[in-house]
Ligand binder design. Sequence first.
Ligand code: SF4
Ligand code: SF4
Length: 95
Amino acid sequence: MEEKIRIDFAKLVKRVATDKTGDFIKFDENKCDGCGKCTLVCSFGLWSVKEGKAKISPRYREFCLECAACWEICEAEAIDFSYPAGGTGVVIEYG
Ligand code: SF4
Ligand code: SF4
């Protein structure tokens, strides 16, 4: 029987100074074509698409894993990702 492994990302990482990260993901609505690929790759489901345009959760800085998958998958280049300043953002504890 196939065994499924579930990873609780929230327990794998901790956040450091989330109030100092700034907006490390930027989104240009004008470039977005509503393809929905960002919603498929984000482990935390931080992207959604409504009425043909993507939207990122206003609380993404609390949950984002900084994997950059959304930036990588967006062919329209509507998403801009840069790592938060050193000493802020995600720290992998058991990786
Ligand atoms: S992948 Fe890019 S173009 Fe597609 S819905 Fe997301 S932001 Fe918009
Ligand atoms: S960087 Fe990764 S976790 Fe963060 S919003 Fe993009 S896909 Fe989601």
